[in-house]
Design a protein around this ligand. Sequence first.
Ligand code: UD1
Ligand code: UDP
Length: 360
Amino acid sequence: MPADAVLHVAGARPNFPKAAPVIRALERHGVAQRLVHTGQHYDERMSEVFFRQLGLPEPDLNLGVGSGSHARQTASVMTGLEELMIVDRPALTVVYGDVNSALAAALVASKLGIPVAHVEAGLRSFDRSMPEEINRVVVDHVSDLLFATSPDAVSHLATEGVAAEKVHLVGNPMIDTLLANLDRFDVAGIQAALSLPERYVVATLHRPGNVDDPTDVVDLVKAMHAVADQLPVILPLHPRGRQHLESAGLLSHRALRVVPPLGYLEFVSLVRGAAVVVTDSGGVQEETTMLGVPCLTLRPNTERPITITHGTNRLVTRSTLAETVASTVAAPRPAAWPTPPLWDGAAGTRIADVISSTLR
Ligand code: UD1
Ligand code: UDP
């Protein structure tokens, strides 16, 4: 690896649409780059499809860590990366979001004295029962460059004592990817491929707080069936929730259809045409905000409150979900809405500008 190379570490589905615009913008600066895929996600539909569709470069190395407990998965990424970073010693390591792969990479790099850049810094749900919240806090506090997607994130970092000169409000690289692909989203095509009517609900569910407890999952399935009583529901199901949700009878409603995870272009096309989206995903809250599609987030909190104040997002519970779907579908959609500041498609460029001037 050249001495001035930037090492990107990515490994889970939401990392890929965030990394693509940063890598592309650094290419324009002529910065030497390497990409390590940790292998946290490994199914074709959770990983490879994003590389193909988003034009990401082939990873220079795949650590192949796979699934496991938090400690095992994080430790495997750490030992794999430590070896590589000692030998190759990148000038900077870039980590994305709040997944275990980002935590592991940030810890290894910072202990080796390699500067860390965190893309999507400062988001806080203030809910330490979420593994991601622990990852967010730790990564931010060992990072040297913190790229924030929203002003609230900048405030959280200030409150936690992170030096202001490390923090850059740059906008949202996941939204860069969305805006760059607007012409490729084929709503009619995906509706035809999945034989969907004009009005339908798209759902995604994978948070441990929703799908890991078999008793809670029974109530979740009842709530989803009550949605399917109103409109057909299509649910591209993350592998994490499959077993519990299916055992709780998810598939027994004829208006609720489960499909495997979709490629990025197919998924966002489906979302763009939806009457309502029901989700517990972080990224989907942001994408619906930009697309103006109503989003109901099945969580007690969100680390992305800007999608509520400047977007289409609302928090719901299992008990309020069905009635909120009914009222949302009945309400007229606003023709225009305020979008979050700097969610303009240029976040990757801003990040690359800061990184390349730091490297110089
Ligand atoms: C991870 C992230 C979460 C993110 C989500 C995005 C952490 C702590 N969590 O959660 O923040 O929202 O990715 O999708 O990093 N599995 C497969 N095939 C795969 C990957 C996973 O079958 O390609 C199954 C395995 O049974 C695995 C389970 O999904 O045990 C969970 O995978 P894991 O990466 O541990 O966490 P996610 O729930 O995907
Ligand atoms: N996504 C996808 N196919 C799917 C579900 C989601 O391409 O079947 C995309 C979605 O558009 C967004 C990203 O995956 O870009 C979000 O990832 P996920 O919900 O897994 O993680 P989170 O954002 O919750 O961490």
